[in-house]
Design a protein around this ligand. Structure first.
Ligand SMILES: NC(=O)c1ccc[n+]([C@@H]2O[C@H](COP(=O)([O-])OP(=O)(O)OC[C@H]3O[C@@H](n4cnc5c(N)ncnc54)[C@H](OP(=O)(O)O)[C@@H]3O)[C@@H](O)[C@H]2O)c1
Length: 312
């Protein structure tokens, strides 16, 4: 397992994270098997959120029951959850980063997860009404009470993070962002800048280089999805050209395309972690194999070009 040094504190953590957004389809026995398999692969980092599964908290509850049935398992893991997305009674989501709501969300997550603390707590999606002073107060209370050890954000842009950090005494160590071969705008935009090209439009205010500059670790979510979690691009006829390019590189290293999709992200020098959401042990093992290979410049750009991204 590749280790990366997370955030400004440079804490060694595994490059591959077990995502749990789709764990509502698993039994507690199957979740325990996934977590034990993660550990055998050398990764102990688990990502979840209050909003995974329906009703709210379902996935956290399944994970908590898994911990209760398997004493000692929680302590072997680095447990990360996210908050800030909430729901109307009819199921429509909205965002709430108020101090009161964040503290209440954390308590509910800890109770469902049957643990006394989270290792990492992330703000999930930007709240238009957020007041950084309030978030800072909430984070400080969580930290003071020993209920959260480290903090981060998700889907946030540089000035949002700067604004929050201005008031927070705790460092923002993580920004979780969607990133994959089929969703690579974050690293394509700087290449296309200064041109009349679709990819020249800066939609994230240079978040990739900003995070590198500030030693904020990017966690790449949905490494196999295109669009906004619209589906998998591997073996998808809409993505034939990039699948062909990935297959060639996969043959070269004696692995499959699942491994190459992760190796492509790990090859980026930003030293990202990758949040893999498969619910299958064999597929998770393929993800971990990516740590054993390093793509060459030629491999990486062949896949980049086949995905339709510009070179100027
Ligand atoms: N911060 C955010 O806003 C945010 C948003 C979304 C997700 N996340 C996090 O990121 C994690 C990953 O997201 P995700 O589940 O959308 O992403 P993913 O890892 O890209 O997709 C996993 C899904 O793709 C399927 N799949 C089909 N073929 C596959 C293949 N060849 N290799 C791998 N998977 C294949 C998997 O099915 P099987 O299960 O049958 O393998 C699973 O349903 C989530 O679990 C969550 O922790 C964060």
């Amino acid at each position: 397992m590749k280790t990366i040094l997370l955030g400004q504190n440079k804490i060694p953590v595994p490059a591959i994270i077990q995502g749990t957004m789709r764990f509502d389809r698993l039994t507690t026995k199957e979740v325990a098997a996934m977590f034990n398999n993660d550990l055998e692969n050398g990764t102990n980092f688990v990502d979840t959120a209050n909003c995974y599964g329906k009703p709210e908290g379902l996935v956290e509850s399944i994970i908590g029951k898994t911990f209760a049935e398997n004493p000692g398992l929680r302590d072997k893991l680095i447990l990360q959850s996210k908050g800030g997305i909430t729901f109307y009674p009819d199921g429509r989501p909205y965002h709430n980063y108020s101090k009161e709501h964040l503290l209440k969300t954390l308590e509910a997550s800890l109770s469902r997860l049957q643990t006394d603390h989270l290792d990492y707590f992330l703000l999930h999606r930007v709240d238009a009404l957020f007041r950084p002073e309030e978030v800072a107060e909430a984070f400080e209370i969580m930290k003071r009470d020993g209920k959260v050890l480290h903090f981060g954000v998700s889907n946030d842009v540089p000035y949002g993070i700067e604004l929050l950090q201005k008031y927070c005494s705790v460092p923002i160590e993580i920004n979780q962002m969607q990133f994959s071969i089929a969703h690579a705008d974050m690293c394509v935009q700087p290449i296309a800048t200064n041109n009349h090209d679709f990819y020249a439009v800066d939609r994230d205010c240079g978040v990739l280089n900003y995070c590198r500059l500030k030693d904020i670790t990017i966690q790449a979510w949905s490494p196999f999805q295109y669009g906004f979690i619209d589906g998998v691009f591997i073996d998808n006829p809409k993505y034939q050209e990039v699948n062909d390019a990935m297959q060639k590189v996969a043959d070269k290293y004696g692995v499959n395309k699942t491994t190459i999709a992760i190796a492509w992200i790990l090859r980026h020098p930003a030293d990202m972690q990758v949040v893999c959401g498969t619910t299958r042990i064999d597929r998770f093992n393929d993800c971990c194999k990516a740590c054993d290979i390093e793509l060459t410049y030629e491999d990486w750009y062949n896949i980049y070009l086949a995905a339709g991204y510009p070179i100027m």
